[in-house]
Design a protein around this ligand. Structure first.
Ligand SMILES: [Mn+2]
Length: 467
């Protein structure tokens, strides 16, 4: 008995000290500074980890405090009071595309553009994990920032958060299970399952829309990871009219009926879970229920997986809405005709999305109405690591500015601007303008590379220190 007792004691002491040795105390108290991000980076570089307790606490708090009552499509106009002229309302919104585990890119963006705050809000378009080595830390950090200041940051779902099968191919399952081993198989690792549970509750799109009833003009942007959905012929019941089908599936009202977590639960069940519309015992109205389910599944999948067709393809196919995608049978390339219909129907001018690696982190299609932002600045470097002398990769962010309040190119956060002025910006330019003088929104692209971080050390003065 005594021996067993001693063995149990040794086991617990080992388990406990293992966590103590390898994890660091993460001071979660706001406000966070660039110094703290750099400190986190140096701790991770030295082999330390965010503690198991912090992982579980942050994720479960994030689900309960932020995601549980969230709608699948976020109204950013309301959430950020973006078009209000109040003193503290934001004058710009920074949009970040795929990060794919590249923590250096995230820290570079914050160094360049300021840490999220109610006057400097951010929108992330998903694909936080896989490919890079710090998917865990990027996602936890962003969750923490939203927990600390919900009006500063919004996280959307990417296809890498929707489809866990990708984690086996691109490394997120390996990353979690190596950093946080637990009993059972790698797929049943309790920390990994907690990430999956969080991912499936993320919202899937966002809208920023001005609504000036007097002027009669509305400007707006639809944000999503992949693109707009092209409905399949079998998704809308009895109608064979192509226009009708397309119109229905492209309207916000249809998108608002989506229930992402239930669809993912159907494809990748986690227990326990409220089965909702997929309750096997509920046989009432089954045909309708199934057709709705298939339709919802397709639309949801496409929002996170579709890409815009190139302008060349659009020219060749002026009468079509979509072409098959090289990404697979359930995914499509949406053509300019679909974009035009979507913009017109939903009273927005732009579709801003991520999902595709593009040189220097940004590209435009469909006469500038579809903008791609890709924010991992090491994606290409990793792929071509064998080739010498390649140029430093760049990522980009898109900054949406409210022209009515963003006067004289001045940032609300002047203290940060002064500090960031010493950081080289490689490229900054307004996106193509439609030539209207009464536009409310300005769209600005900023390129960056991670050599910014070499200029900074944890001892570097922070924004707060300068105040
Ligand atoms: Mn993607």
């Amino acid at each position: 008995m005594l021996l067993i007792g001693i063995l149990i004691c040794i086991f617990f002491i080992n388990a406990y000290s293992d966590d103590l040795d390898n994890s660091f105390i993460w001071d979660l108290s706001p406000p966070l500074t660039i110094s703290e991000f750099l400190l986190l980076k140096s701790e991770l570089d030295s082999g330390k980890k965010i503690s198991k307790n912090d992982v579980m606490n942050i994720l479960s708090r994030f689900i309960h405090e932020r995601l549980e009552n969230e709608t699948p499509i976020i109204n950013l106009t309301e959430k950020y009071s973006f078009f209000d002229s109040m003193h503290n309302s934001p004058k710009k919104l920074t949009v970040v595309g795929d990060l794919h585990g590249c923590l250096d890119s995230l820290i570079s963006i914050f160094a360049l553009n300021g840490i999220p705050s109610p006057t400097n809000p951010y929108l992330f378009l998903g694909d936080y994990v896989d490919r890079g080595t710090n998917g865990v830390e990027i996602f936890l950090l962003l969750c923490m920032l939203e927990l600390q200041s919900p009006k500063s940051i919004t996280l959307l779902m990417g296809n890498h958060e929707k489809d866990p099968a990708l984690h086996m191919l691109y490394g997120f399952n390996k990353e979690v299970t190596e950093k946080y081993p637990s009993s059972g198989s790698k797929l049943q690792n309790e920390y990994y399952l907690m990430f999956l549970k969080t991912f499936r509750n993320l919202p899937i799109a966002a809208i920023l829309q001005s609504d000036f009833q007097n002027s009669g003009s509305t400007e707006g942007i639809f944000f999503v990871h992949g693109g707009i959905p092209i409905p399949l012929d079998n998704t809308q019941g009895d109608s064979n009219n192509e226009n009708n089908i397309c119109e229905n599936a492209l309207s916000f009202s249809v998108l608002l009926t989506l229930e992402p977590q239930k669809i993912i639960q159907h494809e990748y069940p986690l227990e326990p879970f409220d089965s909702g519309i997929f309750d096997e015992n509920d046989k009432s109205n089954e045909t309708l229920r199934l057709s709705q389910t298939e339709c919802q599944k397709d639309i949801f999948h496409q929002l996170l997986w579709n890409d815009p067709a190139s302008d060349k393809k659009c020219l060749r196919n002026p009468d079509l809405y979509s072409l098959p995608s090289p990404r697979g049978s359930r995914t499509f390339l949406f053509l300019e005709k679909a974009t035009e219909l979507f913009l017109q129907q939903n009273k927005v001018n732009y579709i801003v999305r991520a999902h595709q690696f593009v040189p220097n982190g940004h590209s435009e299609a469909h006469h500038g109405h579809v903008i791609t932002v890709f924010s991992s600045a090491t994606y290409n470097t990793r792929k071509k690591s064998s080739s010498a002398n390649h140029q430093q990769d760049r990522g980009a962010v898109l900054i949406v500015r409210n022209k009515q309040t963003f006067a004289n190119e001045k940032d609300a956060d002047d203290s940060h601007n002064q500090w960031a002025a010493s950081i080289p910006v490689h490229f900054e330019r307004k996106t193509q303008s439609e030539g209207e003088n009464d536009e409310i929104l300005d769209l600005v692209i900023k390129e960056f590379d991670t050599s910014i971080l070499d200029l900074l050390t944890p001892a570097e003065p922070t924004v707060e220190d300068e105040l």
